[in-house]
Design a protein around this ligand. Structure first.
Ligand code: HEM
Length: 432
């Protein structure tokens, strides 16, 4: 560890002082602070009043926040050896995140041209664009290779399980897991990336990137967005405006440790979709696969997108109108003892790769590496994602077009009140 991790207090003044020390040590020069500069002027500029999502509160932002158009998701491996260093990283991340969501740089712009800039400045002048930063803790924060490296193993919530192995998944180690997660979402992709880049920079000496995934969502904010399969995705999601349902489905209550109350569990999957294969299927088959009409989004047998799928409806021959192995039937709460989750997925598009398809026609050729960055939040993954995916992984007709190549589970702690830092209650429980 070096002095670069000089503690930054939670006050802006303390943080600036800490920052000067960091810059000076890193550059090997005196802590010269120039006076007026264009950076200083930009620093004082009023942040745009609109497009700000509140960072502080009982719940972290970015969970029931209406979905922004872009995400940049990252998982980190901790390399810090002391608990206090992890707490310090979270303090720095909290301060920087609160600033960036207001449209400010992660740290005040450098006044000294001889020092490295404490913010890349590539988002300078951009409006806040509803940036949210949502933090999660993986099992590795508590126990890594059997070791309680930060003395907080006893605080690992039961719900932060080791995920079972599901049939058909091809999770790649380098795209899975992680000790910490950060979900950056914004209506501007550059802002989401900028925020992550700044947090990664601040993690230097504490944590290193493990995997990242960018995602996008085409929506005007009113109509349900379509995924890359061309279907409306999110129609039957529980409403984020219904606080009572969010309490039931998303937020951890009294059953969790104090630091998780008001938090949530995030499960993610990088789901590659064999688009070339899918695009050659008849629309009627695609509709059977999903259980909904492609263009209107209505459940099969219904007329309107927002109608509840009628899982009991049968045709003249007594066969279910919504197929037994259709996605919506297998995912429905009624098929899973009432299990529900809040989906917050994004499409992704990572170019093309030579790919061996795992279903007929078994093609092996250059194919798009594109699909869905599936993200869902729930009160408990055992009664949420795991419960739903258990049967889906075995029987869903959609599986012949979808391969999960990465995934993770993170415990997203309760939000921070102004002056606190994300995860403070976890680290303080231990200290006392
Ligand atoms: C590539 C992967 C996936 C795609 C393309 C996809 C697509 C869709 C579509 C088009 C719908 C219908 C519209 C809607 O209600 O939103 C839907 C519904 C749903 N999906 Fe997925 N999905 C995927 C993976 C998953 C996974 C992994 C889960 C959970 C384990 C899941 C859970 C659900 C749920 C709970 C519903 C609502 C079902 C209902 O009650 O009507 N999906 N999905």
């Amino acid at each position: 560890m070096t002095d670069r991790r000089t503690p930054a207090g939670l006050t802006r003044r303390g943080f600036i002082a800490g920052t000067s020390g960091i810059v000076a040590a890193g550059a090997g020069i005196g802590a010269a602070v120039a006076t007026a500069s264009p950076a200083a002027a930009a620093e004082k500029a009023e942040p745009a009043k609109s497009g700000i999502e509140n960072f502080w509160g009982v719940h972290q932002a970015g969970i029931v926040t209406s979905q922004q158009r872009h995400t940049y998701f990252a998982a980190f491996d901790l390399i810090a050896t002391k608990r206090e260093d992890v707490a310090q990283l979270l303090r720095r991340w909290t301060v920087a995140s609160a600033r960036m969501t207001l449209g400010q740089p992660a740290e005040p712009f450098a006044r000294d041209p001889q020092a490295p800039g404490p913010d890349s400045a590539d988002a300078m002048g951009l409006p806040p664009s509803r940036l949210t930063l949502t933090f999660g803790f993986g099992a590795g924060l508590f126990v890594k290779d059997g070791a309680d490296r930060y003395g907080i193993a006893a605080q690992r919530p039961e719900a932060l399980v080791d995920m079972p192995k599901f049939p058909g998944e091809q999770l790649v180690e380098a795209r899975s897991g992680g000790d910490l997660s950060v979900q950056a979402c914004a209506d501007d992709p550059q802002l989401a990336f900028h925020a992550l880049r700044e947090l990664a920079r601040q993690a230097y000496d504490f944590a290193q990137l493990r995997w990242v995934q960018a995602g996008f969502l085409s929506s005007d904010g009113r109509a349900t967005p379509r995924n890359l399969m061309g279907f409306k995705d999110g129609s039957n999601n529980p409403s984020v405006h219904d606080a009572r349902t969010m309490d039931e489905v998303v937020w951890v209550g009294g059953e969790g440790p104090a630091w998780m109350r008001g938090g949530s569990y995030l499960v993610t999957r990088r789901s590659r979709i064999a688009l070339e294969h899918w695009d050659r299927m008849k629309i009627a088959f695609q509709e059977q696969t999903i259980g909904r009409r492609k263009y209107s989004g209505a459940p099969i047998g219904g007329k309107h997108e927002m109608e509840q799928p009628n899982l009991d409806a049968v045709d003249a021959d007594g066969n279910p109108i919504i197929a037994e192995n259709s996605h919506v039937r297998l995912a429905a709460a009624a098929s899973n003892d009432g299990a529900r989750i809040l989906r917050r997925a994004y499409s992704y598009n990572d170019g093309a790769n030579v790919t061996a398809e795992r279903w007929p026609p078994w093609r092996q050729e250059m194919e798009f590496d594109a699909g869905l960055l599936f993200i869902c939040y729930q009160r408990d993954p055992r009664t949420g994602f795991i419960k739903i995916f258990d049967r889906m992984a075995k029987f869903d007709m959609m599986n012949q077009f979808v391969t999960n190549t990465g995934g993770a589970l993170f415990a997203c702690p309760r939000g921070a009140a102004k002056g606190e830092y994300i995860g403070q209650h976890l680290f303080e429980t231990q200290a006392s």
